[in-house]
Design a protein around this ligand. Structure first.
Ligand code: SF4
Length: 431
């Protein structure tokens, strides 16, 4: 375990005292934040994402989204070729032309994101000023123009969503001065999951519940001191910080994965809204029961199996908690690109005391440790999965966890199956 010896350690508070954290800085193997467009453009139904980037960015978008066919796609790439600084005025004029043409053709667009990338020609461009200029130019059409960065130099793939939602926060309307407390669920969820949670909150008697992002540009939620923020995804830190700056208060909870996580997540909202404990038990009992039963179908395949997480999606800590506590998996190492102590406080408290956490990426060190551990299942990015499979390890692509509906009671069985499937496939191959 050469990497272990070479890596600095720190600690974070856990349930049974301090948890050790390996801090890694080195070569990374993750998608950039542009990847978030693939799920965000489906979520905000009248938004368009215009990547300002190179041919590489266009290829990434095409291949990442290649499996989906749309009559009218809602993302595209304005390709900026190599230019010197003197050519930047032309770039701005070109961007104006591209945007005007796009909006003339597509009257359904209400929200346009200019998404920055990492080629040096794009870095020289001030995209936020370009967005402001275009926002004024296009105001007559009722289109808002915003910008954020999906650059691989600044973001890993789920941070693209955080950057997008954080760009929306200054645009959110202010809540009325005498507004009663409202709940704001932050982080993109599949519509079907959002509807399930809406029903549960309504059954609990929490009436004012909104989601960020909303499904349409003109339905974005108001925010202010009466807003209680419940994170649905662990990677929306900048967004939550921006909401706090507008007066909102964050609720601390585990994330809604598995029966236990979903119940604890709902309980944080119930407590903040003074829901009667008996009512809470009644409303959640059936869902908990269904989730436990659905997960138990995969217990035989998962119990006692050793799992290793490479840092990728920032979902690693909540998923590790769910797999260890509800399905009996053993955690060899749980890597995450960023270990946000505050966002993950309730999760860390539920991890086993001997868990090895690692923050950041040094892919060679982590590969050394993974090979030494010989886990039964490795959760990693696409780039690492094939070589590890060729070495005889069983892998699961972490990006699948971001694309699939995995939150809440009704998805708990599917979530367990996501981890059981590669093990079942391997067992069949070995037979
Ligand atoms: Fe590659 Fe950077 Fe474009 Fe992402 S933003 S596709 S990392 S060039």
């Amino acid at each position: 375990m050469s990497g272990l010896a070479a890596t600095p350690r720190s600690t974070v508070p856990g349930g049974c005292g301090e948890l050790a954290v390996l801090r890694e800085r080195g070569r990374r193997e993750v998608f950039c934040g542009l990847a978030g467009i693939i799920w965000l453009h489906r979520k905000i139904q009248d938004a368009f994402f215009l990547v300002v980037g190179s041919r590489t960015c266009a290829h990434l978008m095409q291949s990442a989204a290649g499996v989906m066919i749309f009559a009218e796609p809602r993302f595209g790439t304005a390709i900026i070729e190599e230019r010197d600084l003197a050519g930047l005025a032309d770039v701005n004029a070109e961007l104006d032309r591209v945007v005007t043409r796009l909006l003339e053709r597509r009257s359904d667009i209400r929200l346009l994101f200019l998404v920055g990338s990492c080629p040096s020609e794009v870095i020289k461009l001030d995209l936020s000023r370009a967005a402001e200029r275009l926002d004024q130019l296009q105001a007559g059409r009722g289109v808002r123009v915003l910008s954020y960065s999906g650059s691989g130099l600044e973001t890993t793939f789920t941070q693209g969503e955080d950057a997008c939602l954080a760009a929306l926060v200054p645009e959110l309307p202010a809540e009325a001065p005498d507004a009663p407390p409202s709940l704001l669920v932050v982080g993109a969820l599949a519509d079907v999951v959002e509807d399930q949670f809406s029903r549960l909150f309504a059954d609990l008697g929490i009436d004012s519940v909104r989601f960020l992002p909303a499904r349409h540009a003109d339905e974005m939620p108001p925010v202010g001191p009466s807003t209680r923020v419940l994170m649905a995804q662990p990677f929306v830190s900048d967004t939550v910080r921006a909401l706090e700056q507008r007066g909102a208060k964050r609720l601390t909870a585990p994330f809604p994965f598995g029966a236990e996580g979903t119940t604890a997540w709902l309980a944080a909202a119930a407590e903040a809204f003074n829901v009667d404990p008996e009512r809470f038990r009644t409303v959640t009992a059936l869902g908990q029961e269904r989730a436990k039963r659905a997960m138990s179908r995969y217990r035989d395949q998962l119990e006692g199996k050793r799992i290793f997480f490479f840092p990728d999606s920032q979902l690693e800590v909540p998923l590790a908690r769910m797999l260890s506590r509800e399905l009996g998996m053993r955690l060899t190492e749980v890597g995450t690109p960023y270990l946000h102590r505050q966002n993950l406080a309730a999760e860390l408290a539920l991890l086993p005391a001997d868990v090895v956490l690692s923050e950041g990426q040094h892919v060679e060190n982590q590969l050394d440790r993974c090979r030494a551990q010989k886990p039964d299942l490795v959760v990693c990015g696409l780039g690492l999965a094939n070589p590890l499979e060729a070495e005889g390890l069983t892998t699961k692509w972490s990006i699948e966890l971001v694309f699939s509906p995995i939150h809440g009671y009704e998805q708990a069985g599917d979530l367990a199956e996501v981890f059981a499937r590669p093990l079942m496939r391997r067992a069949r191959l070995e037979v």
